[in-house]
Write a new protein. Structure first.
Lengths: 260, 316
């Protein structure tokens, strides 16, 4: 029983299609993400990687296909319930709460794990106070993990880009996800920072027992940390497999280098 | 809260309690209005400052609260103190219901929809078929409450302390609400609504609820104003009230609790000062004050105060 559950994919994307007006962004993409793996999603610009992410986090509606997460049909779940199911994400162009402190940003990440509505908070009922304290504690431990303690009280908009990206990661982790979606975590980082990032993603996966789906253009990073790689081009899957296999795949080479 | 802030707050409270015994009854009445405006502005600030939804029609909820109080006293003989929570409850529901369709509107479009509400309200209050309750153009006159339990206070002083008590309760509730989980969610929606939803915040519910809570605050303020002025009439709730509220939260400081108090002082006293400077063009003077404040304190009085305190802490 337990073994059968373990061999189930955590995320199953089946025949997903999305179009915007006349433009086909995804054209029947299917792949699985096994629990505990780091899966890299690669492809040239406009291949549909971010569109796929936005389908999984329910920001876009799919025209066709199914997405199952943890044995549940995801496409019937409203957007704001996705986090509670166990899907956390970061954004390609940072979507932090700019006026809030680092600590508050991360605490918002924990929102789906806490209770207490308007009434309970206005009266500071014991359970609301307790839940708030727990959220702060959890946020602080994540700040420690990501070396952000020193800037806990700083407004995020005052921080350098690389630090803001770590804040976004901390915020995504605060939701205690099973699946972490990282949209181009290395973009805008310098060479040294990219090296550290790869180490960090692996470390976080081990410590928090996560599954990671990662969109990335930085080939070295993807190939070095992924257990499995899925390549898209023009909204279709053109290759998938272990990093070493996909790297040599003729379709991928053609997609990136173009054909004569 | 730091020890120093607590001390400042205690000092402020002590001053607030002593003031009505050293100033004239008319000044006491003006201070009562400052407290009323502070509650109204706090409500608008929850919606516009914290949650980022612009309202140009909060005068409508202020009117609704005032009329609730007046009608309950006039028609049902309700005691004045009981009309305050009743007006709050009515405005909470009204605000929530208005907030639901308003979800589809953002920025300037929401401003227009709320403007429509604000501009329609005085005429709705004059509507013939409602005149039986609203008193039509004449409005409603209500009796002035006397101090209970044989307290040695005149009516103006009692009104002041009654309003002060309600204001303190409303401020404490808002402070609780905004410093915790709900306050963070409201600001998150304002800053980045897509990310907020990805973090599991149901923005539709939060935005409508913010509208409801905001209207409740403004409605409570409306009820307090009716009791303080002992009179409601449609023409006291024109669109100008809504605009002045917006001026108050911007000058006082957006997304700031203390800003509501600064804003209330501004909208209560600056028109008087302007009137003393020039009888011919008081609003021109008011305009100059407004521009001056916004120019010198672009984050409102509350923001400027915060900066000043931070600077003093750094260089002792």
């Amino acid at each position: 029983m337990i073994e059968a559950a373990a061999s189930q994919p955590l995320l199953r994307v089946q025949d997903v299609a999305v179009h915007f007006g006349g433009i086909v962004a995804l054209d029947g993409v299917s792949f699985d993400v096994a629990p505990g793996q780091i899966v890299g999603l690669i492809g040239p610009n406009g291949a549909g990687k971010t569109t796929l992410f936005n389908c999984v986090s329910r920001l876009y509606e799919c025209d066709r296909g199914e997405i199952d997460f943890d044995g549940r049909a995801l496409l019937s779940v409203p957007r704001h319930r996705v986090a509670a199911l166990g899907i956390g994400r970061t954004f390609q162009n940072l979507a932090l709460f700019r006026t809030m402190s680092v600590l508050d940003n991360v605490m918002v990440g924990h929102h789906c794990r806490t209770r207490g509505g308007f009434f309970a908070n206005a009266l500071r009922l014991p359970h609301a106070v307790k839940s708030d304290r727990a959220a702060a504690e959890q946020a602080r431990s994540l700040l420690a993990l990501l070396e952000l303690e020193a800037v806990a009280g700083t407004r995020v908009s005052e921080l350098p880009f690389g630090t803001q990206k770590r804040v976004e990661l901390a915020r995504a982790l605060a939701a205690e996800p099973k699946l972490l979606l990282l949209d181009e975590p290395a973009s805008g980082l310098n060479h040294e920072e990219v090296g550290k990032l790869g180490e960090l993603i692996r470390q976080v996966r081990e410590r928090l027992r996560l599954t990671v789906l990662l969109v990335e253009h930085h080939m070295n990073l993807v190939m070095s940390i992924s257990d499995w790689v899925v390549a898209l081009n023009f909204g279709r899957r053109i290759a998938q497999g272990a990093p070493a296999e996909v790297r040599e795949h003729p379709e991928l080479v053609r997609a990136y280098l173009g054909t004569a | 809260m730091t020890k120093r802030n607590l001390l400042l707050l205690a000092l402020l409270l002590a001053v607030a309690c002593v003031l009505p015994f050293i100033v004239s009854d008319y000044r006491t009445f003006q201070l009562t209005l400052v407290l009323v405006y502070a509650t109204a502005l706090l409500g608008l600030n929850i919606l516009t400052g914290y949650n980022g939804q612009i309202s140009l029609g909060h005068g409508a909820f202020y009117a609704l609260g005032a009329y609730c109080a007046a009608i309950l006293m006039d028609q049902a003989g309700a005691p004045y103190w009981a009309t305050v929570p009743a007006a709050g409850a009515v405005c909470l529901v009204a605000g929530f219901l208005f907030g639901l369709p308003a979800l589809r509107l953002e920025g300037l479009y929401l401003a227009l929809a709320t403007f429509a509400l604000g501009v329609a309200m005085p005429q709705l209050l004059k509507y013939d078929h409602l005149a039986k309750w609203t008193g039509g153009v004449q409005g409603i006159v209500i009796p002035k409450p006397e101090a209970p339990f044989g307290l040695p206070l005149n009516a103006d002083q009692w009104l002041y302390f009654f309003t002060l008590a309600v204001t303190i309760v409303m401020f404490v509730l808002a402070w609780n609400l905004l410093r915790g989980r709900i306050g963070r969610a409201l600001v998150a929606i304002r800053d980045q609504h897509i990310a907020a939803e990805a973090m599991g915040i149901n923005s539709a519910i939060y935005k409508s609820a913010a509208f409801g809570v905001s209207a409740m605050y403004t409605g409570v303020a409306g009820a307090l104003s009716a009791i303080a002025i002992q009179y409601v009439a449609p023409d006291s709730f024109g669109i100008f009230v809504s605009i002045v509220f917006l001026v108050g939260i911007v000058v006082g400081g957006l997304a700031s609790i203390s800003g509501a108090l600064y804003g209330a002082l501004f909208i209560q006293f600056v028109p008087n000062i302007a009137d003393e400077i020039s009888k011919a063009a008081p609003w021109a003077i008011f305009g100059i004050f407004m521009i001056g404040f916004v120019y010198l304190m672009p984050t409102g009085v509350a923001g400027a105060t915060r900066l000043l305190l931070a600077k003093r802490r750094k260089s002792p």
